[in-house]
Design a protein around this ligand. Sequence first.
Ligand SMILES: [Zn+2]
Length: 441
Amino acid sequence: MLRQVLISSIAAIGMSSAPAALADSPERTLIRAGTLLAVPGNAPESDRLIVIEDGIVVDIVPLAMEAEYADGQHRVIDLSDQFVMPGFIDLHVHLSGETGSGSKLTAVTDSDAHVALTAAWHARKTLMAGFTTVRDLGSRGNAIFALRDSIRQNKVPGPKILVSGTAVAATGGHGDFHGFRQEVLDALPSYATCDGADDCRAAVRRLVKRGADVIKVTVTGGVLSETAAGTGLQMTPDELSAIVETAHALGRKVTAHAHAAVGVEAALNAGFDSIEHAMWADEDTMRLFRKTGAWLIPTVYPITAVGDTPEKMRQGPFKDLPAPIMAKLLALGRQPKEMTALAIRMNVNIALGTDSGVSPHGENANEFIEYVNAGMTEMQALVAGTRDAAIAGGIDATTGTLEKGKAADIVAMQGSPLEDISSVLEPRFVMRDGIVFRHDR
Ligand SMILES: [Zn+2]
């Protein structure tokens, strides 16, 4: 019975690019890989067979050995004309929405149920783009936790999600609400705003109690908050140290939203595991990254999506956003690209993250192209979005590479991204935990 469900669901995938009905993986799946980049960073190999049981890679052997693994019950997926590699990982998304004119109003118009369904739609788009794991660093309400759990239970299609919930923020800081009249601000829930070390410890504990997998902290101001507060440091060293200590004690990684160099450095000195954006990081900041070993998550693609010159910004998708936001955007300009090029030249640890939700969901793979444009080799870019993103996210025991014992999180494309990185924009096959979600023929 199970197998019949599977076969019909696989047939359905073949006929359209619509998502498959979710089904358990059969006991054994054999994938014929024409070219296999099992562990990005190592050389790819030709004519390999990936053996998958119950969603886990149990063997990778020469294709010539296929007969030894054929048990009559198995299914075969033929990707012998494809470039096969681990599913992509994006460490910075916001699945609950997309920024644009009108998005501010959703804070008061959209119910949590509406947010959940919107997030599910974005999750599906993201999975179909080849991303089998994402880290959501700020989606409001409880919807994102429900979505994470529903995806794990195979009720809805989507990538595996690491969830931060709302960000830890100073009262009135970047992660707080802005731009509404006082009565509305008073009504909007601030689950994780805090002031002072003890209060910030409590905020981290509340988030973990709610189900957060990772702690996100808005250490500095941000571009998209409707306030003229700039992008400088908004929290104190004792608050940052208390947050890191509490998060680590509860087994959570802690990542900083930070733009100004002084904010990036404060977070690095406090022991943060990673820094998002780091737009104004300079050479001294990069040396501190090297010293601490922390990960940089550059989030470059949104600036391409919204326009990286004043002319493009004034005509782009953000042209109607309020003046305080536009002023910060104009100040940013090409700086994300220049900062990323500097980080690459100075050998900082970089893991892929897009800030999708600022740029449209499903366009995440453009971030690989940004890294190559900023000076990475194609292989380095692929490593940043697979193996290293898994390490930075603390999930490398189960994903990020295709090796015995890890999840069958697999993406395949026609061309080799090692020759032309833009191949990552056209995945033709996506499997997550052994379930086929996309197979274009
Ligand atoms: Zn973000």
